[in-house]
Design a protein around this ligand. Structure first.
Ligand code: HEM
Ligand SMILES: *[C@@H]1O[C@H](CO)[C@@H](O)[C@H](O)[C@H]1NC(C)=O
Ligand SMILES: *[C@@H]1O[C@H](CO)[C@@H](O)[C@H](O)[C@H]1NC(C)=O
Length: 477
């Protein structure tokens, strides 16, 4: 026993010595960005996690940027990682996707997503499916096809709210119904949609298991749920193929996948749909919840938003759907959405892997190293946004809040992997806010806090007490 302990000690010590020697020599040779690799093996992972579990994770980045500058080296989640808080570098990373960098996810995530999900695909197939997805959710398709359903489904959901609701749960229900409708033309309320969603929630939980996935019951449950979801989707694909043979056509994403000249395999279609559901579901629902939270905490902004939407509603009958022209006449709403995206940073940044030694800003990122392009660090940087840490939708009014918003504001990423759902997400949010403020008033039911790890969310799913706004009140306002 004692020998064993001694051996273990020796092994650990030599690993530590090797780690520091290796670090010193490689750093000098390659001019790595400066930084601190922290402890062997775990690096600075624990500092990162504990910062992001609080309402204010900024010090983790601030401290390092102050010491080392906006590009620094750290060691998180098992690997040395170059961290960029610099908008130019971030842009360079995004635009060189597939040339100098490629997206990179741990195996635990790839197994859940499936290898034919857009997020994991590369090369020509990625290019084809990315543009297919872009055209499925582009503004003319939303205007002609999707907007009616978005309006109807959101309205139906809001009309069922009474008393205390957990906004985060409700928003998730809404975005799931929307995605399922848009991807496969399934209407909500069916037991199929609800039971699929339950399995889905389990899959999503699997993405955020931090401990070793093989030992985690959450992760094993997620893999099982993924199999079930994939089976359900396979059945739908088979059915749809039969319908098409019988001459029936549906105007949705699945239809587009089956109609093209590309012969996609069943596995490809299932993986693709499954990942699209993941990408569109969590993100949009959290942004919905946080927009309401920030508005609640900023009464002046909420009042101005209400005014904008009461004016639009005033020209319509009670249940008349919003049209594209209405969506286009909500300038303040767009400011609120941008500001929510900026402050909340649902996708705090993206991980990539260097495909070759990359030289940038006088440093070298060695081939095979991970990089993290932090959008969050840029969006909350005082140099780029005045008073960057506070929620101020008016900053977007004349773009005075942002030095050059186009280049530094990247909530949806950019380059070949630009989020294909960016317009869809904005429309869904706008319609949601419209019906929310014209139909309901609310107060928070409990104090709730934002946390940023493992994902951005509020601790208590944002419980609120809702009341219907009377018609007479709407006229007086
Ligand atoms: C507020 C809501 C959303 C935010 C903040 C967001 C953000 C992002 C970001 C930053 C990326 C880039 C990831 C990377 O470069 O590695 C991305 C990719 C993606 N998003 Fe979104 N997204 C949102 C909503 C949606 C919606 C509604 C859809 C559904 C159509 C969607 C589908 C996708 C897909 C499929 C990708 C992968 C693209 C690729 O790798 O080629 N997203 N999203
Ligand atoms: C949107 O995509 C459709 C094909 O799905 C295409 O015909 C149309 O030109 C696209 N519109 C825009 C504005 O890109
Ligand atoms: C909001 O952000 C987008 C980039 O995602 C930008 O194109 C747009 O101009 C911004 N809106 C306003 C009102 O500044």
């Amino acid at each position: 026993m004692a020998t064993f302990t001694f051996l273990l000690l020796c092994a650990t010590l030599s690993a530590i010595i090797f780690f520091f020697l290796f670090r010193a020599s490689r750093c000098r040779r390659l001019r790595l960005p400066p930084g601190n690799l922290g402890l062997p093996f775990i690096g600075e992972t624990l500092q990162l996690i504990s910062a992001y579990k609080t309402e204010n994770p900024e010090p983790f980045i601030d401290e390092r940027v102050n010491r080392f500058g906006p590009i620094f080296t750290t060691h998180v989640f098992g690997e040395p990682t170059v961290f960029s808080a610099d908008p130019e570098t971030n842009r360079f990373i995004l635009l060189n996707e597939g040339k100098l960098f490629e997206s990179s996810y741990p195996a635990s995530i790839s197994n859940l997503l499936g290898r034919y999900s857009l997020l994991l695909m590369r090369g020509g197939l990625h290019k084809r499916l990315h543009s297919l997805t872009m055209s499925f959710a582009n503004s003319s398709i939303i205007k002609e096809n999707l907007l009616v359903d978005i309006d109807r489904l959101i309205r139906l959901n809001l009309d069922s709210w009474t008393g205390k609701v957990f906004l985060m749960e409700e928003a998730k229900k809404i975005t799931f119904e929307l995605m399922v409708k848009q991807l496969m033309s399934f209407d909500p309320g069916s037991t199929w949609t609800e039971s699929l969603r339950k399995e889905y929630v389990l899959v999503i939980e699997g993405f955020f298991t931090v401990s070793l996935p093989v030992f985690s019951t959450t992760y094993r449950r997620a893999i099982k749920a993924r199999t079930k979801v994939a089976e359900a989707l396979s059945l739908i694909v088979t059915e749809r193929r039969k319908e098409i043979e019988a001459g029936e056509r549906k105007n949705d994403m699945l239809g587009a996948l089956l109609a093209g000249d590309d012969e996609f395999s069943e596995e490809q279609i299932v993986d693709f749909l499954l990942a699209l559901l993941v990408a569109g579901y969590e993100t949009t629902s959290i942004i919905m919840t946080l927009a309401v939270k920030f508005l609640t905490e900023t009464p002046l902004a909420l009042a101005q938003l209400k005014e904008e939407h009461d004016q639009i509603r005033g020209k319509k009958s009670e249940n008349e759907a919003l049209e594209w022209s209405d969506y286009k006449s909500m300038p303040f709403t767009q400011n609120v959405i941008n500001e929510t995206l900026r402050v909340a940073n649902i996708i705090g940044g993206v991980f990539r892997r260097a495909m070759t030694d990359v030289h940038i800003k006088g440093y070298t990122i060695p081939k095979g190293w991970k990089v993290f392009a932090s959008f969050r660090a840029v969006h909350l940087d005082q140099d780029h946004f005045k008073d960057a840490r506070s929620f101020n939708p008016w900053r977007w009014q004349d773009n005075s809040g942002a030095a050059s918003a186009g280049n530094v504001f990247t909530p949806f990423g950019g380059g070949p992997r630009l989020c294909p759902g960016y317009e869809l997400a904005r429309v869904e949010l706008s319609v949601f806010l419209h019906h929310l403020v014209t139909r309901l008033s609310w107060v928070p039911a409990e104090e709730d806090k934002l946390v940023f790890f493992p994902t951005t969310r509020t601790q208590k799913r944002y419980p609120i007490n809702v009341k219907r706004r009377g018609v007479s009140k709407l006229c007086k306002d």
